[in-house]
Design a protein around this ligand. Structure first.
Ligand code: F7E
Length: 324
């Protein structure tokens, strides 16, 4: 029988890669999308597969839309990817972030419990939940203490713990993927990889004469590719029991490395083109992330296929097409 998957946040970077992947595997793919005044922008990442996915309007904060979707679709798998996903912006709209990322997730869990308890449920948890906590070997893993340092991280930690509670209390098949940063040519332009690459291209082509305004260049992040990480999401739900897994590359780079490598691609020195602007700092910085993904490697056989350099090159080549 054809499997059915419901994806909240289907219009995002991960939602679009996951839809493609599940369609390739023969799934019927259903999505929940939020109404937006610019329709064209809303589904741009899904344009090439729009005739093959079944989208309907809904919102994590509009419980009736989740209830109806679950009752009618009865999905085999649910991927809860919908969120306010920008960490710095979560400081500007903390209540909305918590309502969506924490209580919105709870709405999904509760709806599964009541209307579709057989569904396997994936929750998009985040390395931001670790905050400033790191094990003595310089890694974060499933057992690392979680001390988030942003409204976004706090909200994600609530949903992470709540899903574990639903798993234990109600025997829901609910698994958390603790995903470290993951990027692609479909990354929105206000995340750091996309911002640096797009601006380096504009500067190298003379389209922009301005210096690139940046926040903390000394932050370290473990950056992988969204394409690899959506395969992990699917594998996590195929496991014989519900569990929590770190998904990462195990390598960390600074934002400064990102700037250096990107500008070097165009034979430019980033120091000539980057200016520090306090506006892009967060009230509390998360200085360092580096994930140990041994558990998912050993248990599910998942591993990343993209190196940091390959990821950046793919993003550069793809954005270059836009500026041709
Ligand atoms: O920042 C620094 C910034 O906004 C990365 C989300 O997908 O991954 C993502 O969260 C780093 C931070 O991602 C600028 O301070 C410096 O240290 O690309 P980002 P993020 O905040 O790490 C986690 C795992 C998620 O779950 C989130 O949903 O770059 N940085 N200067 C800057 N960042 C931005 N955005 N803009 C700057 O100008």
């Amino acid at each position: 029988m054809t499997k059915k998957a419901l994806i909240t946040g289907i219009t995002g970077q991960d939602g679009s890669y996951l839809s493609e992947y599940l369609l390739e595997l023969g799934y019927d793919v259903y999505g929940l999308i939020r109404r937006n005044s610019i329709t064209e922008h809303q589904q741009s990442r899904l344009e090439h597969i729009s005739s093959r996915v079944h989208n309907r309007y809904g919102d994590l904060l509009d419980v009736s839309t989740i209830d109806r979707a679950l009752k009618e679709i009865q999905p085999d798998e649910i991927y809860n990817l919908a969120a306010q996903s920008h960490v710095r912006i979560s400081y500007e709209i903390p209540q909305f972030t918590v309502q969506t990322n924490a209580l919105g997730a709870l709405n999904v869990f509760e709806s599964v419990r009541i209307h579709s308890p057989h569904s396997r449920l994936y929750q998009a948890s985040s390395s931001e939940m670790f905050g400033d906590s790191v094990d003595s070997d310089g890694k974060q893993r499933e057992t690392t203490r979680m001390t988030p340092v942003s409204p976004y991280g706090c909200a994600k930690l609530y949903a992470f713990n709540q899903l574990r509670n639903y798993r234990n209390a109600y025997h829901i098949f609910g698994s958390n993927g603790i995903l470290f940063n993951h990027e692609s040519p479909r990354r929105a332009s206000n995340f750091v990889t996309a911002k640096v690459i797009r601006n380096a291209i504009k500067i190298s082509k003379g389209i922009s004469k301005d210096k690139l305004q940046m926040g903390n260049l000394d932050s370290s992040r473990d950056w992988g590719h969204s394409y690899d990480y959506v395969r992990a999401m699917h594998q996590i739900l195929q496991h014989d029991c519900a569990d929590d897994f770190v998904v990462s590359t195990g390598e960390t780079r600074t934002v400064r490395d990102l700037c250096r490598i990107t500008f070097q691609y165009f034979n430019l020195n980033y120091e000539d083109h980057v200016e520090i602007n306090q506006k892009y700092f967060r009230p509390q910085e998360l200085p360092y992330l580096c994930g140990d993904c041994s558990k998912i490697k050993a248990t599910l056989g998942w591993k990343p296929t993209y190196t940091f350099e390959a990821l950046i090159e793919e993003m550069i080549l793809s954005y270059l097409e836009l500026y041709k």
